[in-house]
Ligand binder design. Structure first.
Ligand code: SF4
Length: 345
């Protein structure tokens, strides 16, 4: 089984600076693209500097989207399942107020909350926090019928993200996975998350169109409608809306999704599944693991690949980011769900 990570950075590239003497800047660290540089030269009647253009072309291949394939061998999948099972047991037997992991607080968004209310006694009144959605209903085939998997017992049905929360910090698991509370991000602080989720929605549209053999969707129009809808539902505020609705901003999201999808479909013969939830009964146990791989594809050499999309608004070094994700167990668990599990409904 192949695990295919596809990374994208859905932020608008900067337009090259036009210097006072009318020349176009050749700043090597400028966050621009070869296409924007060519256009700036054309608009300002300036010759193209081939050396600078080559640098931008090279940057284009790894600053905006990047693909990383690795082999998910069966012993690696088994090891991921073993670790998952151990964490699942620990979740099931955890105390009502699991301990904090203060060693991880400096990298955690809950830091000020845990610092101000270390025993979470006043969690109902925490500022800028909202209740998340209830867990999705999961049904499986049971003979000729369907059976709903109960999700009320902790640790009984877990996803890779729930396992990640517990492994990073038991208290984080309590807040995000058990109590299901979320932090509210305001203004431009919400943009990385919103851009990521809009890119995923574009990838979803592209994937469905590919599976249905239908025309490529009009991503820009869909994005415009979606952003207006988010504002009317108060999912984003006016400041975030103003930044998102800029034509460059929506175009960057659509362009990133198109680049990422092209990388995901590299050498693909067939899209077998797209955002299909899968579930697996853990070996020798009555507990379940579930998850939704972004896509499952068959490559032209016959191999099956699990595709996992990731977006970032911070780093430009997507190959470096890919290396950090190399040992993340989530796609290995998705691969195990595809190899040994079944579809859920
Ligand atoms: S949730 Fe855990 S890691 Fe995060 S701030 Fe609280 S104790 Fe620290």
């Amino acid at each position: 089984m192949i695990i295919r990570y596809v990374f994208g950075r859905p932020v608008p590239p900067k337009h090259p600076t036009v210097l006072k003497n009318g020349k176009i800047s050749h700043n090597k660290t400028a966050d621009t693209t070869a296409a924007l540089y060519r256009k700036a030269c054309e608009d300002n009647d300036q010759p193209i500097n081939e050396e600078y253009l080559d640098l931008l072309v090279a940057n284009d291949t790894e600053k905006w989207a990047w693909k990383y394939d690795m082999f998910g061998a069966s012993d690696t999948l088994s090891a991921a399942l073993y670790d998952a099972q151990m964490y699942q047991r620990a979740i099931a037997t955890s105390s009502p107020l699991p301990p904090k992991n203060a060693f991880a607080c400096d990298m955690c968004g809950w830091r000020t909350y845990c610092e101000a209310d270390p025993m979470a006694t006043n969690v109902e009144n925490w500022d800028a926090v909202k209740q998340g959605k209830p867990p999705a209903t999961i049904k499986i085939k049971y003979g000729r019928n369907m059976k709903t998997i109960k999700r009320d017992r902790k640790g009984f049905v877990v996803s890779p993200s729930e396992l990640r929360n517990f492994a990073k910090c038991n208290r984080q698991w309590l807040l995000e996975s058990h109590w299901r509370i979320q932090r509210i991000y305001e203004g431009t602080k919400s943009l990385p998350r919103v851009r990521g989720s809009l890119t995923h929605q574009c990838l979803d549209d592209l994937g469905k169109a590919k599976m249905d053999n239908s025309d490529s969707p009009d991503l820009l129009t869909t994005l415009r409608l979606k952003v207006h809808d988010m504002l009317s539902k108060k999912d984003i505020d006016e400041e975030a809306f103003a930044a998102l609705i800029e034509p460059d901003s929506l175009q960057a999201i659509a362009d990133t999704a198109i680049r990422m999808f092209a990388l995901a479909m590299d050498g693909v013969e067939e899209v077998i599944e797209h955002e299909q939830r899968r579930i697996l009964k853990m070996p020798g146990s009555k507990k379940w693991l579930h998850g939704i791989p972004d896509a499952v594809v068959r490559l032209s050499n016959g191999q099956i690949a699990v595709v996992e999309y990731k977006t970032t608004s911070s780093t430009k070094n997507l190959p470096g980011l890919a290396d950090r994700y190399r040992t993340n167990p989530a796609p290995h668990l998705y691969a195990a769900l595809v190899q040994y599990g079944s579809k859920s409904f």
